[in-house]
Design a protein around this ligand. Structure first.
Ligand code: ZN
Length: 167
């Protein structure tokens, strides 16, 4: 097991589109274990492969945060989602930022498990919100893209200033 390095905004690699997993092999199983290890190390409820600079459609979630509700979604596809509500979100790839994002509170997905078996899942509450956030990462979308314009501009300005101070 190894803890993965997480890309941070505004790294352009976070904007890449991920592709489908085709090999359900030992390397995939190991990578999924590493995703979980990294996710728990940072007390996060979800982590996607592109955040670790692996542009593949792989997501780890545990909305309980305890290690008892581990879920893996490979090549997920949303099949239905409910009317959204607003939830407060954060992201390991956008440290120190949070904001209210419109997310569905119910979500149905089709995905594959780590052995390639297809399954359908109907999620609700935090689990649905969490998976929807991670699916965004597969398309290069960050939660800050879904904030109100003024809030987005504020985050961009602060990131720019911090980078100038660090340079
Ligand atoms: Zn995230």
């Amino acid at each position: 097991m190894a803890r993965l390095d997480i890309l941070e905004y505004p790294d352009p690699r976070l904007r890449l589109q991920s592709g489908p997993v085709e090999a359900f092999d030992d390397a995939l199983h190991q990578f999924v274990e590493d995703l979980f290890e990294t996710m728990y190390a940072f007390s996060s409820l979800g982590l996607s492969a592109p955040q670790a600079d692996v542009q593949q459609n792989i997501i780890a979630c545990d909305a309980s945060g305890t290690g008892h509700a581990r879920r893996v979604f490979i090549n997920p596809e949303i099949t239905a989602s409910s009317t959204p509500g607003y939830v407060q979100e954060t992201c390991l790839s956008v440290p120190g930022r949070k904001g209210l994002v419109k997310r569905p509170t119910r979500l149905s997905v089709r995905a594959q498990d780590t052995s390639g078996q297809p399954f359908t899942a109907h999620l609700q509450g935090l689990e649905a919100v969490c998976l929807r956030h991670e699916i965004d990462h597969l398309y290069g979308i960050l939660f800050i893209d879904r904030l109100w314009l003024l809030r987005r501009l504020g985050i961009r300005a602060r990131t720019y200033l911090q980078q100038r101070q660090a340079a």
